[in-house]
Design a protein around this ligand. Structure first.
Ligand SMILES: Nc1ncnc2c1ncn2[C@@H]1O[C@H](COP(=O)(O)OP(=O)(O)OP(=O)(O)O)[C@@H](O)[C@H]1O
Ligand SMILES: N[C@@H](CCO)C(=O)O
Length: 294
């Protein structure tokens, strides 16, 4: 049996819609695999009641299929589905690493990115890699049609998840099909600022670079309490705040030592809007880790 811990991720980071992503130190999915004639899936943990065990409908089934690697797959969900932390991608990335090792396929982490993205195509209709890339590679990733660029980074973060859910499909429906040139120019500037911030481990630049005028305004309108939570996090010292992935999670970039206060302020603001939430005080972290049992 092989075990993989695959981290949650936060995609987009405001200015990098469908391109940027970071691995988070917590939470994570744990995937256990054993060779079997046919793929079967069991699921425990966060939101497991809402996740199909049919391999045709689960991201890990799509990965097993793509690697021609049938297995008994056990998923312990740490990453709640449809919360904005790349739940389906964490399972897909974990399964890709586990099955690649189980069947000695010899693929690199970079080569596993499009395979894990097959799982994402199953749930959101498109094989975008901005969640699976950081879950596989760790750090900050830039996923384009040409491939993935990765950089290790150390940036303190708070991810605050309300007890509501937004499906990625629904959140993609509100994304504008076109954008004004001035908004594109503005977004490119912020994306470049954020990228430099990641290479310098600079939370000021990363926070400033989260701003985007195209996607986030539409997406944030789907999240009850978003504006109040954003304001509360900024007042508590966050250097920037945006929607995590497709939402409804909210991501705050923090200076060292400020996470506890920011997490409390965000949860209080959700609470004032009548919404329960939980906050992860975390940081940009490592990619999926493989353990060989026994
Ligand atoms: N292994 C899996 N883990 C989690 N969700 C899965 C899995 N396989 C299929 N799904 C389905 O994927 C959907 C959740 O995916 P969705 O992209 O909406 O949220 P997410 O993976 O948390 O990502 P995001 O960061 O975009 O919110 C649910 O409908 C769930 O049933
Ligand atoms: N880039 C994707 C990530 C969520 O799966 C989106 O925002 O729709």
């Amino acid at each position: 049996m092989l075990t993989v811990r695959a981290p949650a991720t936060s995609a987009n980071l405001g200015s990098g819609f469908d391109v940027f992503g970071v691995a988070l130190g917590a939470p994570a999915d744990v995937i256990r695999v054993e060779r079997a004639p046919e793929t079967s899936i069991t699921i425990t943990g966060a939101g497991s009641n809402y996740i199909p065990t049919d391999p045709e409908q689960n991201t890990v089934g799509a990965v097993a299929d793509a690697l021609d690697a049938p297995a008994t797959i056990r998923i312990d969900k740490g990453v709640r589905p449809s919360s904005g932390l790349g739940s389906s991608a964490a399972s897909a990335a974990g399964a890709a690493v586990a099955l690649n090792a189980l069947y000695d396929r010899g693929l690199s982490r970079e080569e596993l990115v499009p395979i894990a993205a097959e799982g994402e195509a199953l749930v959101s209709g498109e094989a975008h890699a901005d969640n699976v890339a950081p879950s596989l590679l760790g750090g900050f990733t830039i996923a384009t049609d040409d491939g993935v660029t990765q950089v290790d980074a150390s940036i303190p973060l708070v991810a605050c998840l309300p007890e509501t859910s937004v499906s990625t499909r629904d959140a993609r429906d509100v994304v504008p099909k076109t954008a004004a040139l001035e908004d594109v120019v503005d977004t490119v500037g912020h994306a470049a600022t954020l990228t430099v911030g990641m290479t310098r481990d600079d939370p000021e630049l990363v926070g400033r670079g989260l701003t985007d005028a195209i996607v986030t305004p539409e997406r944030s309108a789907l999240i009850d309490g978003y504006n109040a939570v954003r304001e509360a996090a900024l007042e508590a010292g966050a250097t920037g705040v945006t929607v995590s992935g497709a939402g409804p999670g909210v991501l705050a970039v923090c200076r060292e030592g400020a996470r506890r206060e920011i997490a409390g302020a965000m949860m209080d603001a959700f609470d004032a809007a009548g919404i329960e939430s939980r906050a992860y005080q975390t940081a940009v972290g490592e990619g999926a880790r493989l353990y060989r049992d026994g």
